[in-house]
Design a protein around this ligand. Structure first.
Ligand SMILES: Nc1nc2c(ncn2[C@@H]2O[C@H](COP(=O)(O)OP(=O)(O)OP(=O)(O)O)[C@@H](O)[C@H]2O)c(=O)[nH]1
Length: 827
C-alpha cells in the first residue's frame, strides 16, 4: 500500500496526471470559445475511461513528492534563516533610530504636468499590453457577453465594476509613482482623503512613525516565520449555498463529520484538523475570538463533543466565529489527508455564499494562512452572482482556484454542463481555466462511501480529484507560504536598502559639511581663545593703572589741601573778642569742611576717571565679542558717605599763643605790650637794649627803683598784647592742631585709599562682566564646536552602520532572489 501514497486507495487515477482535458470537436472549431490564442489542451471526455494506475506511476508520484518535499524543506530553511536575519537587521535599525534618528528619504512633492503625463502614458501602455495579450484582456473580459449564460444585469454590473477597477488601477499607479520608493516602510500619513507629506513632519514624529512601522514589520516577519515553519496547509472550502461543501469535506475525510442538509445549514466556519494536534482527543473547540485562540488555553474556547456538533453548526445565532474540529483520520498515514507525513492539511468548511456571507468569506480567503481555495459549485445551479463575485476577487488574489463541480450525478447532459461551466470559469478565472484538467473536477461527493470499514473504492473522478488536490496543496504551499515570505523579504530588504543608501548619503554630506564648518571656524576660535587670555591681562592692567593714579592723585591733593588749610580760614569774619570762642569753633569747622569738600571733589574726579576706564574696558570687550550691555553704574559709587571729619578740640590755651616756659619770650611780649601801651611800637630789641643802656648809665639800684612801676606797665602791656593777638593765636594754634590731627588720624592715606578702593571695585565688576562675557563666548563656541564634533562622530558612525546594512541587505537580497518560488514540480 505504500505505493498508493498520492493516489487514494490505489485506484487507477494517476494516469490522469498526464492527460489533458479535451474539448468536443465542434467547440474547438468555434473561434469565440477560446478567444485569441486557443489553448491546445484537450480534455478527457467523461465517457473516456482513465487508464489504470501502474505501480511504477505511483512510485513516480511518491518520488516526486519526496523530491518536492526536500526542495520545499530546503527553500523554507533558507527563507527562515533570511527572515531571522532580516528581523534582527530591523531590530538593529530600530535601536539605531532610537538614538541616532534615522533620516527618512525625501518624497517627490507632486507630479509636474510632464511627469504626470508620462506616468499616465506608461499606465495606459501597460493596460494596452493587457489588451493585446493572446487571451482576452483584463478590460475585454469585463465587456458584456450576451452570448453566454450570464444575465444582462450581471453583465452590466460587471461592466461598471471593470470600469471602476481600470480607473482604480490607473489612478493608484499614478499616485504610487509619486510616493517614496519605499514599499513596506512607507510612512504615508492619511489626513482625511489626502496623503500628508511625511517630510513636513518634525524629525521626532518621523522617528516615532518609523519606529512604529519597524515594530510592525518585525511582528509581520514573526508571523511569516511562523507560517513558513508550520508544515501544515489550510484549504478553504467555499461555494454557493447547498452546493454540497460539507458533503465534499466529509467525502475527503471519509467520515460523516460535518452536518449536511438540503436546507442551508453551515452557519459558521468549521476547521477540521487532525486529532493528533489535540493530543489525540476528538472534540470541537467553539471559538469566539479566532485571533486569540490557543488550544493550550481553555479560556479561549468552549469544548463541544462531536456528537453535538450539528446543533452548533446550524445555529445561526451562535456567537462563535469558528469551530476547530479535531478528528481522527481512520485511514493509514499515507492515505490520510489531514496528516500524511509530507503535508498536513486542515480543511475549512465555510457558510454558503450569499450577499451576507460573501464579504466575510472573501476576507477569510484572502488571509495569508489560506494555502488553497476550493470552490464548490453545484452542477445543477452553476455559479450564482455571489459565487461569481467571490471567484472574480479570489482569482485576483490567489490566481489558481480549485473548482469542484458537485452533484454531477444529477445532470443528464453532462457534456453540455461541463462545457457551460468551463466557459464560465474561463471568464471568471482564466488561470484556473488554463489548468482545468488539474483544477476543475466534476464529481458527486454524495456518492463517496463514508461507511466505517467500507472497502468500496471511491468513484474514479473523486479519487482523481483527491489526488490532484493533494498535489495542488503541495505545489501551492510553495506559492502560498514561500512566495509571500520571499516577496515580503524582497520588499523590506529593498526598503532597508533605500533607507540605508539615503542615510549613508546624508551622513556623508553631514560629515563633509561639519568638517568644513569646523575648519572655517578654527581661526575665529583661536582668535577668541588668545583674546581671552590677552583681555584678562589687559583688564587687570587698565584697572590697576587707573586705581593707582587715582590714589596718588587723591593723596597729593589732600596733602596740599591740609598744607594750605590756613586759606580755609582767611575769609572767615572775626566776630570780636567776646565771641572768640565761637570764632574758634568756626575756624575748626571751616578747616574740616574744606577738607571734606576736597574729599568730595576727589570722589567726583574718581567717578569720572573710573567711568573713562570702564569705557576702555568695555571697548576692549566689544572689539572682541561684539556689543554687550554695560553693567556697572559709576553713579552708584560713593553713595554712602565714608569721609571722616577731622575733629579738633578747642581748649583755653588755644587762645594764647605764649610759651610760658620761655622767660625771654614773656619778657619780650611784655615789653612789646609796653611799647604798645606807650602808643609806639618800638620793638622788643629796642626796649631791652634801652633798659640795658639805662641801667648802665644810672646804675643798678636806680634801675631797681624803676623796675616795679616798669614791670607793672609791662604786665598791662602783656595783657593788652595777648588779648589783641588772641584771634591770630586761635588761628595759628587750631590750624596746627588740625594738621596734627589729620596726620595723627592718617586721614589722607585713608581717604585716598578709600577712593581708590571704590574705583577698583567698580572696575572689577566691569572686568568680571567682560571676563564673564568672553568666557560665555568661549563656552558657546566650544559647545558649538563640541556639537559639531559630536555630529561628525555620529555621521561617521551612521556611515559605518549604514554601509554595513547596505552590504548586508545586498547580500541577503541576492540570497532571497535565489529562492525560486515560482517554479514548482508538477506532481
Ligand atoms: N445528488 C447529490 N446530492 C448531493 C451531493 N452532494 C451533496 N448533496 C446534497 O446536497 C445538499 C446540501 O449538501 P451540503 O453538504 O449540506 O451543502 P453545503 O454546501 O454544505 O450547504 P451549506 O453549508 O448550507 O451552504 C444535501 O442534501 C446533500 O445530501 C451529490 O454529489 N449528489
Amino acid at each position: 500500500m505504500a505505493a498508493q501514497y498520492l493516489g487514494a486507495k490505489g485506484t487507477s487515477t494517476s494516469s490522469f496526471t498526464n492527460q489533458k482535458i479535451r474539448l468536443p470537436e465542434d467547440q474547438l472549431s468555434s473561434p469565440d470559445y477560446f478567444g485569441v490564442g486557443k489553448r491546445s489542451e484537450v480534455w478527457n471526455r467523461h465517457s473516456e475511461q482513465p487508464s489504470k494506475t501502474t505501480p511504477s506511476s505511483v512510485q513516480q508520484h511518491r518520488l516526486n513528492a519526496q523530491q518536492e518535499q526536500q526542495i520545499f524543506a530546503d527553500k523554507s530553511t533558507r527563507l527562515l534563516d533570511l527572515l531571522t536575519k532580516t528581523s534582527s537587521a530591523i531590530k538593529d535599525l530600530r535601536e539605531f533610530n532610537g538614538h541616532h534618528m534615522v533620516y527618512y528619504p525625501k518624497v517627490k512633492d507632486s507630479p509636474s504636468g510632464n511627469e504626470h503625463a508620462t506616468i499616465q502614458r506608461q499606465a495606459l501602455e501597460r493596460s494596452q499590453t493587457l489588451i493585446n495579450m493572446p487571451i482576452e484582456s483584463e478590460l475585454q473580459r469585463h465587456m458584456p457577453k450576451r452570448s453566454n449564460s450570464l444575465s444582462g444585469l450581471q453583465e452590466d454590473q460587471e461592466e461598471v465594476k471593470a470600469a471602476t477597477e481600470a480607473h482604480r488601477i490607473l489612478t493608484s499607479e499614478v499616485a504610487n509613482a509619486f510616493r517614496s520608493k519605499l514599499n513596506v516602510l512607507n510612512l504615508d500619513v492619511k489626513v482625511g482623503h489626502h496623503i500628508a507629506d511625511v517630510n513636513n513632519l518634525a524629525q521626532e514624529s518621523i522617528t516615532a512613525l518609523l519606529d512604529d512601522r519597524l515594530a510592525q514589520s518585525i511582528a509581520h516577519i514573526e508571523k511569516i516565520h511562523k507560517r513558513v515553519a508550520d508544515t501544515s496547509s489550510k484549504v478553504l472550502v467555499t461555494g454557493d449555498l447547498n452546493a454540497g461543501k460539507s458533503t465534499f469535506v466529509n467525502a475527503l475525510l471519509k467520515r460523516e463529520i460535518l452536518p449536511s442538509d438540503q436546507q442551508p445549514c453551515t452557519s459558521t466556519f468549521c476547521e477540521v484538523l487532525d486529532a493528533t494536534l489535540n493530543d489525540g482527543v476528538e472534540q470541537a473547540h467553539a471559538v469566539k475570538d479566532v485571533a486569540a485562540y490557543n488550544r493550550a488555553d481553555a479560556s479561549t474556547y468552549e469544548v463541544i463533543e462531536l456528537r453535538h456538533l450539528y446543533k452548533t453548526v446550524i445555529d445561526e445565532t451562535s456567537p462563535y466565529k469558528m469551530l476547530k474540529i479535531y478528528t481522527t483520520d481512520r485511514r493509514q498515514t499515507e492515505e490520510s489527508l489531514l496528516h500524511n507525513g509530507v503535508v498536513d492539511i486542515a480543511l475549512i468548511d465555510s457558510p454558503g455564499l450569499n450577499t451576507d456571507s460573501l464579504k466575510t468569506t472573501a476576507v477569510f480567503a484572502r488571509q495569508e494562512e489560506i494555502d488553497v481555495v476550493v470552490f464548490v459549485v453545484s452542477a445543477e445551479n452553476h455559479f450564482t452572482l455571489s459565487g461569481k463575485e467571490f471567484l472574480w476577487n479570489a482569482a485576483n488574489e490567489k490566481a489558481h482556484i480549485f473548482i469542484v463541480v458537485n452533484r454531477f450525478d444529477s445532470i443528464r447532459d453532462k457534456d453540455r454542463c461541463k462545457r457551460l461551466i468551463l466557459e464560465q470559469i474561463r471568464q471568471l478565472s482564466p488561470a484556473t481555466y488554463a489548468d482545468a484538467d488539474d483544477l476543475v473536477h466534476f464529481v458527486s461527493a454524495g456518492s463517496v462511501d463514508l461507511e466505517e470499514g467500507s472497502h468500496k473504492l471511491d468513484p474514479e473522478e473523486f479519487a482523481r480529484l483527491e489526488e490532484r488536490l493533494r498535489a495542488f496543496v503541495l505545489e501551492n504551499r510553495v506559492k502560498s507560504k514561500l512566495s509571500p515570505a520571499k516577496n515580503y523579504l524582497l520588499n523590506i530588504l529593498s526598503d532597508l536598502h533605500v533607507i540605508s543608501e539615503s542615510n549613508h548619503d546624508e551622513a556623508s554630506k553631514d560629515l563633509k559639511r561639519v568638517e568644513s564648518q569646523l575648519q572655517a571656524d578654527q581661526p575665529a576660535y583661536e582668535r577668541l581663545m588668545s583674546a581671552r587670555d590677552r583681555i584678562f591681562d589687559q583688564i587687570e592692567k587698565l584697572a590697576e593703572d587707573s586705581v593707582r593714579s587715582l590714589q596718588t592723585f587723591a593723596h597729593t591733593r589732600l596733602d596740599a589741601t591740609v598744607d594750605q588749610i590756613e586759606g580755609a580760614i582767611s575769609n572767615l569774619e572775626y566776630p570780636g573778642l567776646f565771641l572768640i570762642w565761637q570764632y574758634a569753633q568756626d575756624v575748626v569747622d571751616s578747616m574740616a569742611h574744606t577738607l571734606q569738600k576736597e574729599v568730595k571733589a576727589l570722589e567726583s574726579h574718581a567717578k569720572e576717571t573710573t567711568s573713562t576706564t570702564v569705557d576702555e574696558i568695555h571697548q576692549l570687550g566689544t572689539s572682541e565679542i561684539g556689543e554687550y550691555p554695560r553693567t556697572v553704574d559709576v553713579d552708584s559709587m560713593f553713595l554712602k558717605s565714608r569721609d571722616r571729619r577731622i575733629f579738633v578740640e578747642i581748649e583755653a590755651t588755644d587762645f594764647f599763643d605764649i610759651d610760658f616756659n620761655d622767660k625771654f619770650s614773656i619778657l619780650s611780649m611784655s615789653l612789646g605790650a609796653v611799647t604798645m601801651v606807650g602808643g609806639r611800637v618800638m620793638g622788643v630789641q629796642n626796649v631791652v637794649s634801652s633798659i640795658w643802656n639805662v641801667s648802665n648809665v644810672v646804675g643798678v639800684n636806680t634801675v631797681r627803683r624803676w623796675m616795679v612801676p616798669a614791670m607793672s606797665v609791662a604786665g598791662v602791656g602783656l595783657v593788652v598784647y595777648v588779648v589783641s593777638d588772641m584771634r591770630h593765636a586761635v588761628e595759628r594754634k587750631l590750624s596746627r592742631k588740625f594738621k596734627a590731627a589729620v596726620k595723627d588720624s592718617n586721614h589722607n592715606e585713608g581717604q585716598s585709599y578709600r577712593i581708590a578702593r571704590a574705583s577698583r571695585k567698580t572696575l572689577r565688576i566691569e572686568g568680571w562682566e567682560l571676563q564673564n562675557q568672553i568666557q560665555k563666548a568661549v563656552d558657546n563656541k566650544e559647545k558649538m564646536r563640541g556639537e559639531m564634533v559630536q555630529k561628525a562622530q555620529l555621521s561617521e558612525e551612521a556611515m559605518k552602520y549604514f554601509s554595513g546594512v547596505l552590504n548586508q541587505t545586498h547580500e541577503m537580497r541576492s540570497k532571497v532572489e535565489s529562492v525560486n518560488t515560482e517554479e514548482v514540480a508538477k506532481l
